[in-house]
Design a protein around this ligand. Structure first.
Ligand code: HEC
Length: 188
């Protein structure tokens, strides 16, 4: 049995004794530091409205990348075919949803179920007969600005993209404001 001069703790259990070898100070403080960091990080990450979560930052950079691809939409017109085309494209729907969440949710509610503005998830429409009418409502507004005109606020193809998202909400069945307007022909 090798002998060392290391100090022993003063207890013995059934003759088993123990060296008094605490972890080095730098190690302990590093450990304490990680705990403090995790508490601070947790507070910042949760109090920043989830904006720092991995999912949120993934979505933010994805959306930024997609915006760079606006060029590919340059030749699209604000017509029925273009709205329907984007409506069937998962990638543009995501961008449309994000534009909607930034600009429209306050009045139309999350997912378009309607708050102070009409429910966009039912089959009743006031101003819309075909998909292109959505773009016209978005660009020019209605009712003296109760529905604001977005032509000077949204950039490039954004009115078309958000309209495709609105078109996709039809019959998505969100419970919210009651039906307004009339039932219009299918576009799907
Ligand atoms: C300040 C509140 C407000 C905001 C913000 C707003 N809207 Fe509206 N929107 C309205 C109101 C009010 C109406 C109904 C107008 C009417 O009754 O004639 C409406 C109507 C509409 C309609 C027509 C619905 C129908 O039944 O024909 C569409 C489509 C629409 N909005 C899309 C949007 C989109 C897309 C955005 C975001 C870019 C948006 N709105 C932002 C208030 C708003």
């Amino acid at each position: 049995m090798s002998q060392t001069n290391d100090p022993m703790t003063d207890h013995a259990y059934d003759g088993i004794t123990e060296y008094d070898n605490p972890t080095p100070g730098w190690w302990t403080w590093l450990f304490v530091g990680t705990i403090i960091f995790s508490i601070l990080y947790f507070m910042v990450a949760t109090m920043s409205g989830g904006g720092m979560s991995p999912v949120a930052s993934y979505n933010a950079s994805l959306e930024k990348e997609l915006r760079k691809q606006y060029g590919e939409l340059a030749e699209l017109k604000n017509d029925d075919a273009s709205v329907l085309k984007l409506m069937r494209d998962e990638k543009w729907l995501r961008v449309g949803e994000s534009i909607f969440n930034t600009n429209c949710v306050a009045c139309h509610g999350k997912g378009g179920v309607g708050v102070t503005a009409p429910n966009l998830t039912d089959d009743h429409w006031i101003w819309v007969k075909s998909p292109a009418d959505i773009v016209d409502v978005v660009l020019n507004g209605r009712k003296n600005g109760a529905m604001p005109a977005w032509k000077n606020t949204l950039r490039g193809p954004e009115p078309l993209i958000v309209s495709a998202y609105v078109a996709s909400l039809r019959r998505s069945g969100g419970t919210g404001r009651g039906p307004e307007g009339t039932v219009i022909p299918n576009w799907k």
